[in-house]
Design a protein around this ligand. Sequence first.
Ligand SMILES: C[S@@+](CC[C@H](N)C(=O)[O-])C[C@H]1O[C@@H](n2cnc3c(N)ncnc32)[C@H](O)[C@@H]1O
Length: 196
Amino acid sequence: MRSSNQEFWEKRYLDKTTPWDFRGVPPILTTYLQRDHTPGSVLIPGCGLGYEVTAFHAARWQTLAFDFSPAAVEQAKEKLGPLAHLVRHADFFADELGGSYDIIYERTFLCALAPKLWPNYVERIRQLLRPGGVLAGLFFYGEEEDGPPNPLANLTMARNLFTGFELIVDEPIPATDSLPLFANRERWQEWRYLGK
Ligand SMILES: C[S@@+](CC[C@H](N)C(=O)[O-])C[C@H]1O[C@@H](n2cnc3c(N)ncnc32)[C@H](O)[C@@H]1O
């Protein structure tokens, strides 16, 4: 299945029109990695320029990031230098990505997909996480708009979408730590996969 519009994203990376690009590691992820977690394996889907690769790697996580835009992957590899091998070109829905990850990290990937693909996204996340593994990251909430970005409407909707998951952490991101596009509409959430 060709999941989402590859040309749409490719053109934006080639034009360098990337208003979602945080140009660094979100402060909340730095805080998360400083907490007392035992490092495991992490998958970063739709990684864009992959800033978080460096942060996870430095915290001794076994890291794989990927994107289906060749331009994004090329720019990420160039930026990551010696860690370039941790970024791959792959389609979240169509390609082999291993499995049993401890964490899948989310930032502006779910909201980049058309809402009609969200059930497929959740199904794929279930395939890729180990039971007890966690989908962790920044989730975009708000009123429906003509995205991307496509926000989750509210927590009830999110709970219905993430069937088989337990929400174990949920906190707002301070507006000062968000890009204008997402300010006051991002939450750090950790959804634990309960297993099949
Ligand atoms: C809004 S951007 C976010 C990029 C990155 N997560 C960030 O925070 O900067 C969405 C990304 O998802 C990628 N993407 C969309 N559909 C994808 C798919 N099916 N497989 C892999 N990457 C995909 C796009 O190429 C784009 O880089």
